[in-house]
Design a protein around this ligand. Structure first.
Ligand SMILES: Nc1nc2c(ncn2[C@@H]2O[C@H](COP(=O)(O)OP(=O)(O)OP(=O)(O)O)[C@@H](O)[C@H]2O)c(=O)[nH]1
Length: 181
């Protein structure tokens, strides 16, 4: 049993997919407090901030703690979760027919180890079909996802090339966590 220190439904879905028993307690770390715009540093600092908040609140005495953060970088621009549908549209237009990477940082701590993992999955996308993209945006599924992308959904038919785990791109590099559970 582990504690998923996250509000993310996708992270919960990933742990379920890998049959990992967990309870879910999200935090309220303010990612706007992070200064750096470097995608990897931002992702690490956000994960560290989330971990410190939840480690203070729950500790790891009874069950291990897992937190994570994901960001997207495209054309060296840091893309977080879209603020609104207009923001989501510009993120998707940037990534259409382009190369984009999802960076996921995880911190997992139990009584014996502390794992800090930063992984990324890189995609080359074909140009998104405009009608398809408009439908995706108006569905609102683009919200709450780093870079407004959904690799297992909207983006799937447009993947030309991929390097890295799909789980990393969805927000939790579970394959990297398994050896420690
Ligand atoms: N379904 C799906 N979700 C994605 C994808 N890429 C990123 N995400 C989600 O985008 C969100 C990135 O925002 P974060 O700040 O890391 O996490 P959060 O959702 O705010 O949740 P916390 O862990 O409580 O911070 C996470 O929930 C990821 O699971 C994707 O391709 N598909």
């Amino acid at each position: 049993m582990i504690r998923l220190g996250s509000n993310s439904p996708t992270r919960a879905l990933l742990l379920n997919k890998f049959n990992i028993d967990f309870i879910q307690n999200g935090g309220s770390f303010d990612e706007d407090s992070i200064i750096t715009k470097n995608p990897k540093s931002f992702c690490y600092e956000a994960t560290k901030g989330k971990f410190e908040e939840l480690y203070k609140k729950y500790g790891i005495e009874d069950i291990p703690l897992l937190v994570a953060d994901s960001v997207v970088t495209c054309n060296n621009i840091l893309l977080r979760k879209a603020k609104n549908l207009k923001d989501a549209r510009s993120m998707l237009e940037l990534q259409s027919g382009n190369k984009t990477s999802v960076i996921t940082c995880m911190i997992f701590k139990n009584k014996n180890i502390e794992l800090i993992d930063i992984s990324s999955t890189t995609y080359e996308f074909k140009k998104f079909n405009i009608e398809d993209m408009n439908k995706y945006i108006s569905s609102g599924e683009c919200m709450g996802k780093a870079g407004a992308i959904m690799v297992e959904g909207f983006c799937k038919p447009y993947i030309k090339k991929v390097r890295g785990y799909e789980s990393t791109a969805m927000g939790l590099s579970v394959e990297k966590l398994l050896p420690y559970l």
